[in-house]
Design a protein around this ligand. Sequence first.
Ligand SMILES: [Fe+2]
Ligand SMILES: [Fe+2]
Length: 372
Amino acid sequence: MLKGIQADSRIFIVDDDEAHCLLIEETLRHVGYTHFNVIADSREAVTAFQEFGPDVVLLDLGIPGPDGLEILRQLGLCIPPDTYLPIVVMTADQSQSARQLALSLGASDFITKPFDRTEVVLRVGAVLRTRFLHREIEAHAQVEILHRLALAAEYRDDSTGRHTHRVGELAALLSLSLNLSEQEVERIRVAAPLHDIGKIAMPDRILLKPGRLTTEEYELIKTHAAIGGLMLSGSRFPILHLAEKIAMYHHERWDGTGYRGLESEAIPIEARIVSIADTFDVLVHVRPYKQAWPVCDALSEIRLQGGRQFDPHLVKAFIELLRSEGLKLLSEAVEHPRLPGLGKHSAQRDELPLRAPKFGRAGEPLIRQITP
Ligand SMILES: [Fe+2]
Ligand SMILES: [Fe+2]
């Protein structure tokens, strides 16, 4: 009996012979498949295909107009390139020319009519295994590409190259404590490190400036969120859609005074999560314009900004997380690398003190003082 992902496969059958459809469905149900969509009228095939989102198509080549070859051609236009979505053609025509034509139009395999039950199960199983293997490889490749992109952004403003990694881990921990699904937590872990990808477009003279930014420089650096969102937009991969949302909205504030003015729950939750993780990590580490803060001061600041900069529920969860799990869990997040030559009271971008009193002013936006 099938288990897991293959048992959940979505099987789309296009055949005008009702008895034939029933027999195929019953054969496949018998070995554990459960999701079917059966279409007898070929005119409905393409629309139904798009709505159903199948993992495999079983197509009767002899179905009346539009015929199977025409359906094959139309489905070929709907399937994105680089996607393996198998179409198994069912035909009584065993001639080489008929098979070659079907293959040239995108057929993946054939089932000869009248069909043999074992052959149906074996051929459908084989193409589905290939589909899921293809998807797995593609997912690994995406993660690898995202990781390398995040590193490219990281070296723009963190000489250690570890900030984006730490933000990903912290954001994943916070997501886990919020009872998000395992899949969602993993997606955030992978996408969060890209939050500052837009900094690739920022000039070094601003990004690495040790002193306070001018108004013009600050306005320019604010564009890194929109640029990052644009860089990641338009992909067909869901993980990049998430990375786009995080990059675009990680500087929004709960009180609506962030870069784009979104407020409270209008800000995607993933961006709210990353905003806390990102700010905490920046606070407890050295930047060209600031010293590292002690963890307790950074936590006080995060708490103070609940309901202002950050979602107050997430702030509570973040503080609870650190209390219950202990700082050992966040060892990556609390390492304190020091840049050579940076004195305790060296000139800093915004005269940020080692401790937090300046940030304690009511309504003083943290965002104006640091640009995580
Ligand atoms: Fe940022
Ligand atoms: Fe950051």
